[in-house]
Structure formats: C-alpha cells, structure tokens
Design a protein around this ligand. Structure first.
Ligand code: GSH
Length: 217
C-alpha cells in the first residue's frame, strides 16, 4: 500500500477532523504542512482549500470525501455504519456543522481574531460583533444536540470528529468562552472527548494566526 499523504496546516479544523479519523482507523500517514491556496493544494482542490490527500494515484479534496475514502480503503473500525438508519443522522450532523456552525463560529468569528484584515493585526470587531448574535442562537441548539454525550447515536462518530475541533477553538477566545461557560452539556462534551486518544494525539500544537500564515502586515 502506498504512503498516505495528508496536506494542510495542523490547526485547520478540517485537517484535524481527517487526522482524528486516521487515528481512529489506525492508519499511518504523513502530514505535509501547507496553507490554503499554495501550489500543492491548488493542484488538488479547485478552490485551494485544505486538507487535500494523495495516496498513490488517488488525489482528493474535501474532508468528507477524504474520510469516506480512508474508511473504505483501510481496515480498522468503520467510521460509517452500514445501517442507513444509523449512518443518516451522522451525515445530517456533519452537514449541519459544516453549513451552519463552521461558517459562523470559525470563518466569521475565529478568523476575525486569528487572521484579521486590519493594518495592525487587531481583531476585526465588526465581524466578531456580527457573528455573536448568531452564535447566541446556535450555542443552545448545539447544547441540546450533544445532551446525550454524542451528536448522533450513542458513540463517538464522524459527526463528533467534525464538531469537536470547532468547539475546541471556542474555548480560546473571550466571547465564545463565555458562551461555553453557559453551556454545561457542550463543556462536558468538549472535556470528555478532548481526552479521547485519537483527539489527544492530533490536537494542534500551535494556534492559527496570520503571523504563522505569513500574512502579517
Ligand atoms: N468543505 C471543505 C472546507 C475546507 C476549508 O474550508 N478549509 C479551510 C481551512 S480550515 C481553508 O482552506 N480555508 C481557506 C479559504 O477558504 O480560502 C472541507 O470539508 O474540507
């Protein structure tokens, strides 16, 4: 079997999701550091996003496709159950997290702190302030969603692998930390699953910042 190469920056939540999946399956791989919109990424993702994957002749982008490929090709515990009634709720929550939560909590709120488009590198206050009312509404939704301890069914699934990295970053900024403090189920969910071996082994060792991305003004 050829070596699997995952290409992307360690702190990316989508890179992290794929790394949790790889760790859950016990698949050996090489993480090749790359930022979005760099030649090695642009060669595979039509919009230059990370992660991308190379495995022999296979080139893939999009975290859901990457995780599906890993699950299908490698032995180890199945990431997706074969029972449609069990698989569908997992897909449902992956979709909700990726289309409702990531765009606001990370793309709008966290990015305004980590990669601000300001001359002096100060946070983009207007973006943060615009995200907060939406987050105030979404936190209670996700609080209810994890009340059983998981997003779907009664086990740690690909849905949790998608949500956990996003939730982790909420503990790193002031307003989202305050929201987390008011959300006991989310906090317990975060603490419990951050201690899981696959998550612990892949937790980013550095925080996203525009200095690290080489975008300092
Ligand atoms: N739908 C993609 C999203 C990937 C994505 O948004 N990655 C971010 C980093 S976490 C990125 O490359 N952002 C750069 C950009 O949007 O220009 C996936 O699931 O892999």
């Amino acid at each position: 079997m050829p070596e699997l190469e995952l290409i992307g920056a360690e702190p990316s939540n989508y890179v992290w999701t794929c790394r949790i999946a790889l760790a859950e399956k016990g698949v050996p791989y090489r993480l090749s550091p790359a930022w979005p919109h760099t030649p090695e990424v642009d060669a595979i993702h039509p919009f230059g996003k990370i992660p991308v994957l190379r495995h022999g002749a296979v080139e893939l982008c999009e975290s859901r496709a990457i995780c599906g490929y890993i699950d299908a090709v490698f032995p180890g515990p199945k990431l997706m159950p074969s029972d449609p009634a069990k698989a569908a709720p997992i897909e449902q929550w992956i979709s909700i997290v990726n289309t409702h939560i990531d765009p606001v909590w990370l793309r709008q709120y966290l990015v305004a702190y980590a990669f601000p488009n300001t001359p002096d590198g100060s946070p983009e206050r207007d973006k943060i302030d615009a995200a907060l009312p939406k987050m105030e509404q979404q936190f209670p939704v996700m609080e209810r969603a994890v009340s059983s301890g998981h997003l779907a069914g009664d086990a740690f699934t690909l849905a949790d692998m998608n949500f956990l990295p996003i939730l982790y970053y909420m503990g790193t900024r002031p307003e989202s930390s305050a929201l987390l403090d008011r959300s006991p189920a989310l906090k317990a969910y975060l603490d419990r699953h951050m201690a899981r071996a696959s998550v612990k082994a892949t937790t980013p060792t550095w925080m996203p910042s525009r200095e690290r991305a080489g975008k300092a003004a």
